[in-house]
Design a protein. Structure first.
Length: 129
C-alpha cells in the first residue's frame, strides 16, 4: 500500500468564509465545492506528509497548517494588503526557512514559509552555510 495524498480537514460552519484567504490571499484554486465542503488546491505536485510536533519551533505554538510558497515576500504583501494581522515573524529560522504565522478566517494558525536557497541556509548552530 502507498499513501497517495494527505488532506487537512478543517471544521467550519460556513466553508465559503475561507475563500478570501485561501483563494484571494494564497491564490489556491477551488478544486471542489459541494457547499458543505470546499477543497482548495495548488498546481504543484507535492508528497504526502504529516507532521507531529510538541511546538512550532523557536518556542511558537504548533500551527494548524504549514503552507510553503515560492515567494514569501509576495505572500506577506498580500497578507498585509488584506489587513490580516501577522501573529509571528516574518523571520529567518535556524533550520533554513523564512516564515510568518497568520490566522485564517476560521481562526486556524497558519505557518506560511519559504525554504532558503541553499546558499542562504543556516545550520543548527545558527551559522550561515
Amino acid at each position: 500500500m502507498n499513501v497517495k495524498r494527505i488532506v487537512a480537514n478543517i471544521a467550519a460552519s460556513e466553508p465559503s468564509v475561507a475563500d478570501t484567504f485561501y483563494r484571494g490571499i494564497l491564490g489556491l484554486d477551488l478544486a471542489l465545492d459541494h457547499g458543505w465542503i470546499r477543497t482548495y488546491a495548488g498546481a504543484a505536485r507535492t508528497t504526502a506528509q504529516a507532521s507531529i510536533a510538541s511546538q512550532g519551533g523557536s518556542g511558537t505554538p504548533v500551527p494548524d497548517l504549514s503552507i510553503e510558497v515560492d515567494d514569501l515576500d509576495e505572500a506577506l504583501r498580500r497578507v498585509r494588503a488584506g489587513a490580516i494581522p501577522v501573529e509571528y515573524g516574518p523571520t529567518r529560522e535556524p533550520w533554513g526557512v523564512r516564515r510568518f504565522y497568520v490566522k485564517d478566517p476560521l481562526g486556524r494558525l497558519v505557518n506560511i514559509l519559504q525554504h532558503d536557497a541553499p546558499s542562504q541556509a543556516i545550520g543548527a548552530d545558527g551559522a550561515q552555510r
